[in-house]
Write a protein that binds this ligand. Structure first.
Ligand code: SAH
Length: 395
């Protein structure tokens, strides 16, 4: 790897680098020596000229995403070594050879020292999602590294970055296979079968991040009437059925999601009539569910995609949860989530607290949930903590 330019920081602005924060904001830069384009590899230097890191530059307030700290230039095996580390970590979690689970997140951006890169493993197919042009330009090298690390566990690599790259970059990325080819696949999560469509589905095809929370849900489901609101591929619905729920209703505003949910229920529980799925708006559906359900899951899409939308997002969480609190059966259990990165754990808890207060019900927190270990949070990059959940008992 050779840097194409040098980014010189303003005096004193190297502090966050010294604490391994992987982003350099444009305001911290004194000057750039050399011509740079979006995505180029650059070295980062202190005002005295000493090199302290290497990263990819980008247009926007995050001007450089660092993937290597220190003076030494990353070598040719850099991506292979990083991906090997990420793989070893998943191996130590028991995810790479689990008998009943073959879907997991292999690379989680900053959490794995690879800012701007997501890689999800679907029973042989790795789906890449680049959030920075720098990572996208490395996609061939990353594919080679994946082949070296995963060896015969790798069937195909699919690049699904067209929608996640910054639109200002103005590059015409097209989704497609970088290695091999595979058809829409079936994966296993704790023994439940899921059809995953990485070509057309949301994100990389499946919300892997709810795996452990879905497992927990199963332990609460016995003989319950369950509402899985914002169900997408139906994950929480099967966990509820696996756990012995007597009735499960899945709701999503997307007809395609409901189709997938029904298909997946058919795969896992053929011939059963405990489950029904509806295409509906979540806020409308929750207007009229008085005493219908004793277990409700609320897993909405991110209400705030940026800081400016925070106040409105909190109102949204409050309204949604208040409806659930008001109407859930006495002794009910609510699993409620926020996946908005800008909503902090405290923000979310306060919104849910306000919702409980409006309903006038007595509420207890049973579990405080998070993203699973294969979505690790770099301790120097707290922004990486995005999934928050509460399990509540409603008297
Ligand atoms: N719980 C799911 C992931 C949910 S993702 C899982 O475990 O896999 C959020 C889902 O909310 C998406 O499927 C999206 O189609 C749906 N959605 C977005 N806005 C909605 C609305 N207003 N009403 C109902 N569903 C909505």
């Amino acid at each position: 790897m050779q840097p194409l330019a040098h980014v010189i920081l303003k005096k004193g602005k190297e502090e966050s680098m010294e604490r391994f924060h992987p982003w350099i904001f444009s305001g911290a830069i004194d000057r750039i020596e050399g011509a740079v384009e979006e995505g180029d590899l650059v070295s980062v230097r202190k005002s005295d000229g000493k090199t302290i890191a290497y990263g990819h530059c980008a247009i926007g307030s995050i001007a450089v995403r660092i993937f290597s700290f220190g003076e030494n230039l990353p070598g040719d095996d850099f991506w292979k070594n990083r991906i090997q580390q990420a793989y070893k970590l998943r191996e130590s979690m028991g995810l790479t050879d689990a008998p009943d689970t073959n879907v997991y997140r292999l690379i989680h951006g900053e959490g794995d020292g690879m800012p701007g890169l997501i890689a999800d493993y679907y029973n042989g197919t790795v789906v890449l999602q680049c959030h920075s042009v720098g990572m996208w330009l490395e996609r061939e090298a990353i594919t080679e590294a994946l082949k070296a690390v995963l060896s015969d566990k790798l069937v195909a690599v699919y690049d699904k970055s067209a929608k996640t790259l910054p639109y200002k970059a103005d590059i015409e990325a097209k989704d497609g296979y970088l290695y091999g080819e595979s058809s829409v696949g079936e994966v296993l999560e704790y023994g439940n079968r899921f059809k995953v469509d990485w070509l057309e589905g949301q994100k990389t095809g499946f919300f892997i991040d709810q795996r452990e929370n879905r497992k927990l849900l199963a332990t609460y489901a016995k003989d319950k009437s369950v509402l899985n609101m914002f169900c997408y591929t139906g994950g929480f619905s099967f966990s509820a059925m696996q756990g012995g729920a007597k009735l499960v209703h899945s709701v999503d505003s997307s007809a395609k999601a409901i189709e997938l949910t029904n298909e997946n229920v058919g795969l896992n529980f053929p011939g059963e009539n405990r489950h029904e799925a509806f295409v509906a708006d979540g806020f409308d559906y929750l207007q009229d569910i008085k005493d219908k359900y004793d277990l409700i899951i609320l897993d909405p899409p991110a209400f705030a995609k940026h800081r400016g939308a925070l106040a409105q997002a909190l109102q949204g969480y409050k309204r949604l949860n208040a409806n659930a609190f008001r109407q859930i059966k006495p002794g009910g259990i609510l699993f409620t989530f926020s996946c908005s990165q800008v909503v902090t754990r405290n923000n979310f808890r306060e919104a849910v607290f306000s919702a409980a207060a409006i309903s006038g019900r007595e509420v207890r927190i049973l579990h405080q949930l998070s993203q699973p270990a294969d979505h690790p949070i770099n301790i120097y990059h707290p922004e990486g903590e995005y999934l928050k959940g509460l399990v509540l008992y409603v008297e």
